[in-house]
Write a protein that binds this ligand. Sequence first.
Ligand code: ATP
Length: 317
Amino acid sequence: APRVVVAGETLIDFLPDREGPLQSVESFSRRAGGAPANVAVALSHLDETPAFSTRVGDDPFGDFLVERLSEAGLDAEFVQRDPDAKTSLAFVALGEEADRGFSFYRDRTADTRMEPGAVPGATLDAAEWVHVGGVTLADEPSRAATFDLMRRGREAGATVSFDPNARPELWDEFDFGDSVAEAFELADVVKATPEDLAELDYGDDPESTARAILADGPHTVFLTLGGEGSLVATTAESPWASEETVVSHGGYEVDPVDTTGAGDAFTAGVVAALVEGESLSETLAFANAVAAVTTTAAGAMTALPGREAVRRFREES
Ligand code: ATP
């Protein structure tokens, strides 16, 4: 049985054929995406194939995503098809001027209709780790499904991790800040970028941001810092530290082609290392290497490395 359960949206990222604002882009390429889907596929590449619970439409884009997930070795048992809803689409803008703009087609799509109870109790009982993200908190019933899975994961004794994945355009019915605070309370581990929380009151440098998150509930917080690498901060309750600690790793030198999904690859690296019992400093180095390799090709799932590729990359860096 899988040691890891991941749940959340799978969608199509339409990547632009050029940099700049969306209105100036003429053509796009279709890529499988969605932060939790990226994490799940990255974990499979690292030989830690999770149970990935998701929901896509009964439409051609859903067919495409189901095929991609199955190619990655993910069990179709946890992939629901929604006969009454479409698959989510996201058009992405790249480049400095565009500042990672998005246009989402995500109105009552299949992923927003994920339901509580989709992950069987037996799957959770066998799991050591449950990972979810913030996007499914923006709509019901996927919001209830996400909180429910976090609670059931805790009750089953798994480590529960959460990535806020801030996408301000997706939030209207619920408040992003309140929702994130509620999720932090249910999480053992949080992975975020300082930008995710920029609009909220979580400090203005990485270390104080990590401390502010720890004060909300989790015992361990990972922050990714783009080309600067990442850090992890813990309370004394963290199973991976005997006291309050901050460890950082400066990352690896690469020529990034596309950083979409780098944060998700990082999350997969963290989970894969920690379930293997690695230390926090080895976990940071490993996850930074997984993420750095991922930036070397366009598309979140294109350049996901296996363990051997990570080992070689670290040796050569
Ligand atoms: P995304 O939202 O695009 O998935 P993110 O904003 O969540 O990414 P970042 O902090 O940009 O996450 O990057 C995650 C990790 O990827 C970093 O911690 C680092 O290990 C690696 N990374 C990102 N950009 C670079 C870069 N330019 N050079 C080397 N490594 C990078």
